[in-house]
Design a protein around this ligand. Sequence first.
Ligand SMILES: [Zn+2]
Length: 119
Amino acid sequence: MFKLIQQIFTNKCPNCGKGKVFKDKNIVFSMSVPKMNSKCPTCDYKYIKEPGFFIGAMYVSYGLGVAEGLITYFFASPFFEKSLDMKIIPIIIGIMLLLTFFNIRISRMIWLYMFRSIK
Ligand SMILES: [Zn+2]
């Protein structure tokens, strides 16, 4: 399980665990929409199974965004006097924007790993 999480965060192929899923180097914190390889350079495992395959990853991305928003809220709320202080909203939005590109990558990785049994 730990190895799986490590592979997701290092953007490794779900089939062989060696090939890179994304073309560009920086693995997690890159400020651009990632370019993907269409298949694994090491084992030829197809990443893009059908056109629009990664549209579903948007749902994963949305879930990640909500989770990150909640986590941010729980970490930030002790610094505010009122428990539902509106000043916390810009902080949450800022964090979520910062994590947007991280989320695009990670959601696609999670999506790939969810479907890795389908060849
Ligand atoms: Zn591979």
